[in-house]
Design a protein around this ligand. Structure first.
Ligand code: BG6
Length: 485
């Protein structure tokens, strides 16, 4: 691959923050090492810290060693470090941008990617300073990390400030779930196989389940998390995006707007909940002390000075009001400090209409398509077939048809590698458009408000368990059960 491609100045605001070190720098290191981006590309960390170029390089090296599973390759790092720059800027002080302007003006014709990995409170100031210092060209893009607000109103305020200086097609809103290979594979599976399309509707699908369970707690992000909780942190973005990919109509092309037009239609079809729905179809819960991976762990609020009513677990039944999904519930759940890390989407098909095998239809397992995102990515279609041999009558068994891609690549790229590369390539299909974000908030806001008014009470679950019993009842009420084996 030639390194003349994908040449840009990549400006990383908040470049000494947790996400930057944990995810973004490792992704950039891999993209440079694998020659997906040009070695001329400059990675300019913008930080409030007063730090020299050498100190910055040493810090990046130490963090890469900490966060790259396979460690760093010294030879690659020697090349990579030549691409690293640092400038000190106080985001809220417009007069501090001069060093950045000086650096960027060395290459005025370059594409510029401004990656804002800062608190959203700074997004407006940063964009306005970029504009004041004349650093926004037609080839300048801005990447916004979540959280994009706490509700529709705050999200609109953030987006409005950014859009005062950038056009919508220059704005890349990240949802890193869309960068996961298996998530993209949902599009491939649905729209490159004729097999599924006639079955992908309420005639044949009984329901859909989406689980994103994490064994970790809130780590060192308590302050952020306590303001957001599972509904805002996971459901409003990652899980809703997954629902969109499962539920959307076929777009006319893979083009960014074609895909996003279809996703936004799904979001508009989400049935708005009333208070009875919030009471009967949503569950919020918080973990108490327990054990995780063999170690005792404190409860979410064991060290709080004042009790917190932030949920670390959320589950709900989502209904989509359109022809395709009429009567097909989507059950979704996400929690921290669960027994194991496990994220999956289950498409549960209906049972067969009539059994010829001497057992009733219900005893013949209905087909199930299981898309696993974590810990190991896989796609399996659960099918019935005959147990081989001469036993009397026809005995059936469930077998797994594995639809996994052959693993002929050494290393699975992280979601952020894909997304960063797409921003550099100016390819927006995997990013959220303004109307998507707003529709998602409109729907979630109603639940946030209901929870605030205690329409449904906060449940408890033990850290390291499968979550609250209320989530089991949520789906059991509809005579169904979670796919927990
Ligand atoms: C982030 C959330 O968006 O996604 C975190 O803010 C969460 O709270 C993380 O832990 C989960 O991502 P992944 O890729 O590990 O499932």
């Amino acid at each position: 691959m030639s390194t003349k491609f994908n040449l840009c100045d990549f400006i990383l605001f908040g470049g000494h923050g947790d996400l930057a070190f944990r995810k973004l720098m490792p992704a950039l290191y891999h993209l440079c090492s694998d020659e997906y981006i040009s070695e001329e590309t400059r990675i300019i960390t913008v930080s409030r810290r007063d730090i020299s170029q050498d100190e910055h390089i040493n810090l990046v090296k130490a963090k890469l060693e900490e966060f790259l599973e396979e460690g760093i390759n010294q030879e690659q790092f020697e090349k990579f470090k030549k691409q690293l720059y640092v400038v000190q800027i106080d985001f809220s002080n417009d007069s501090s941008y001069e060093p950045l302007q000086k650096l960027l003006n060395e290459h005025t014709d370059r594409h510029r990617i401004n990656y804002l990995s800062t608190s959203p409170n700074f997004f407006g100031d940063i964009c306005s300073s970029l504009n004041n210092w004349d650093l926004i060209t037609k080839n300048t893009r801005v990447v916004l990390e979540k959280p994009l607000g706490k509700d529709l109103k705050s999200s609109q305020e953030i987006n409005k400030k950014v859009l005062e200086h950038f056009n919508e097609d220059q704005v890349f809103r990240i949802d890193h779930y869309l960068g996961k290979d298996t998530v993209q594979n949902i599009l491939a599976l649905r729209f490159s196989n004729r097999l599924f399309m006639p079955l992908w509707n309420s005639n044949h699908i009984d329901h859909v389940q989406i689980t994103v369970a994490e064994s970790v707690g809130v780590e060192n992000r308590w302050e952020y998390y306590n303001e957001y909780g599972a509904l805002r942190d996971m459901i409003q973005n990652h899980l809703m995006q997954l629902i969109c990919l499962i539920a959307m109509e076929p777009p006319c092309s893979i083009d960014a707007n074609a895909v996003r037009d279809e996703k936004v239609k799904v979001l508009r079809s989400f049935r708005k909940m009333n208070n009875d729905d919030i009471k009967n179809k949503t569950v919020r819960a918080q973990y108490t002390a327990g054990s995780s991976e063999g170690k005792s762990v404190a409860g979410y609020c064991d060290n709080c000075e004042v009790p917190s009513d932030t949920e670390t677990y959320a589950a709900m039944r989502v209904d989509i009001d359109n022809w395709r999904w009429n009567g097909v519930p989507f059950y979704i759940r996400s929690g921290k400090r669960m027994q194991r890390r496990n994220s999956e989407i289950v498409i549960q098909f209906k049972t067969i209409p009539h059994s010829i095998f001497g057992v009733d239809e219900e005893s013949i397992n209905a087909n199930k398509l299981v898309i696993t995102l974590q810990p190991n990515e896989s796609i399996e279609l659960k099918m019935m077939n005959k147990i081989p041999g001469l036993s009397e009558g026809m005995k059936l068994q469930q077998v797994d048809l594995e639809l996994n891609s052959p693993h002929n690549i050494d290393r699975k790229p992280d979601a952020y590698e894909r997304l960063i590369l797409d921003v550099i390539r100016n390819e927006a299909t995997l990013f959220m458009r303004l109307d998507e974000v707003e529709e998602a908030w409109k729907w979630a806001d109603v639940i946030i408000e209901g929870w605030k008014n205690n329409i449904t009470s906060m449940k408890k679950y033990t850290a390291g368990s499968d979550g609250p019993s209320a989530a089991v009842q949520l789906i059991a009420k509809d005579t169904r059960s979670w796919n927990d084996e």
